[in-house]
Design a protein around this ligand. Structure first.
Ligand code: TRP
Ligand code: SF4
Length: 399
């Protein structure tokens, strides 16, 4: 049985930091041993906002993959690839664009938000408006079932679902659909076919979800059908035609537990971040300079951890005993802030040690990183091409 597929991407616009690690990457690493995972460098997406600064992207494509490897992504367990090496993404984007109302894109919340936020950039471009549809193509081309992203991207996955639904509705009917369905039913044997026909009737007349679930469970697991036949039968059962494209689900990653050094969201552009691979001295210096509860002007002033960004770091890096020590020490002015910060420094350094070690061979020999991406791209391309064959056929483009 093949595992469900997961797909996610990141834009190579800067070195990854601990916010990325605790917000997304750690989750990616966990998923790679559970499901079939495809992770890609979204360099075209980076261009939608950085079309005037290509050097940023160039610099960060392979650096970001090294960060992934440092964080524990394993090329033997997941597929890592580069978006722009698979032009099929652009082909699907173009084809989806034909039937996508502009209003769908204008209504995506990130469209206006980002234009507001990134005022120094002119984002009234065609590419930026189309960004979520390109993302839909990224997802649909791999028939991904799950998309692990943060809350801010949920609306893009929703648009992806709408695009898939619309595509299936417009193009999901094969010319000889009925005969093909009959052939699938024959494969299943008389009894199963009868049962399916009966529960299809129930479902289509009453909308009975139990009937749907039962049938879908059977169709999804029977060894008598291949993947295309399963899709066809599913479409027949639901009455929607063949599902050429699969509607994905968002796997919401909890917002990063780790804020920036100043308590705001960690972001390179806010100058409040620590990179995934940062040198020791710089980490020590940054944490020592972190702002603390403003009430602690003097060493003898008591403070409140809940008003201090350092506390958020203790929640990620310290054990219960240390946290107890912080709470007591802070509220009674028993410890100084520098003292309080030391376990955080130690925690970050301990977390980074294995990452630095994992990154070392790749930094020393960037060729290996390119080879990993090349191999992953070749693997991803096989699936992308298969989907495009189906898509072209469904749209009648195979003349
Ligand atoms: N838009 C995503 C981000 O900014 C990156 C991305 C591009 C992506 N294509 C994707 C994420 C497909 C998940 C699936 O973070
Ligand atoms: Fe913050 Fe710790 Fe200082 Fe309290 S003692 S203000 S928690 S750094």
């Amino acid at each position: 049985m093949s595992k469900d597929r997961v797909l996610s991407g990141m834009r190579p616009t800067g070195a990854l930091h601990l916010g990325h690690y605790h917000g997304a990457l750690k989750n990616w690493v966990r998923l790679q041993s559970e499901l079939e995972c495809f992770y890609f460098v979204a360099d075209w997406h980076a261009l939608t906002t950085h079309y005037e600064s290509r050097e940023v992207i160039e610099k960060n494509v392979y650096e970001m993959v090294i960060d992934w490897l440092a964080a524990g992504l394993d090329p033997a367990q997941c597929t890592m690839f580069l978006q722009s090496r698979i032009p099929e993404h652009a082909e699907l984007f173009t084809l989806l664009a034909m039937g996508t109302p502009i209003g769908w894109l204008e209504r995506v919340p990130t469209y206006k938000d980002q234009q507001e936020k990134l005022k120094d950039k002119d984002l009234s471009t065609y590419g930026f408006l189309g960004y979520p549809l390109l993302q839909a193509a990224d997802i649909l081309i791999y028939k991904a079932k799950y998309v692990p992203v943060g809350e801010d991207q949920a609306s893009h996955v929703e648009l992806t679902r709408e695009a898939a639904r619309r595509f299936n509705h417009l193009y999901g009917r094969e010319p000889d659909f009925e005969e093909r369905v009959t052939a699938c039913l024959l494969k299943l044997g008389k009894d199963s076919a009868k049962r399916l026909e009966k529960s299809r009737k129930v479902f289509q007349e009453t909308g009975d979800q139990k009937a749907l679930e039962g049938a879908m469970g059977f169709v999804a697991t029977t060894p008598l059908l291949d993947a295309r036949e399963r899709e066809r039968l599913e479409g027949w059962f639901r009455g929607t035609g063949k599902a050429v494209l699969t509607e994905p689900q968002v796997l919401l990653t909890a917002a990063s537990k780790l804020p920036g050094l100043d308590g705001a969201k960690m972001s390179k552009s806010y100058n409040n971040s620590i990179a995934i691979r940062e040198d020791r001295a710089s980490i020590e210096q940054k944490v020592r300079r972190m702002p603390t509860d403003p009430a602690r002007v003097k060493r003898t002033d008591p403070g409140d951890p809940l008003k201090c960004p350092v506390w958020q770091f203790h929640l990620v890096y310290s054990d219960e005993g240390t946290r107890q020590w912080v709470t007591t020490g802070c509220t009674t002015a028993g410890i100084g802030c520098l003292e309080c910060k030391q376990p955080v420094i130690d925690g970050i350094l301990a977390e980074q040690q294995p990452m630095l070690e994992r990154a070392e061979p790749y930094v020393a020999n960037p060729r290996i990183v390119r080879d990993i991406v090349d191999a992953g791209t070749d693997r991803a391309r096989v699936t992308a091409r298969e989907t495009m064959r189906d898509v072209r056929e469904a749209m009648g483009l195979n003349y």
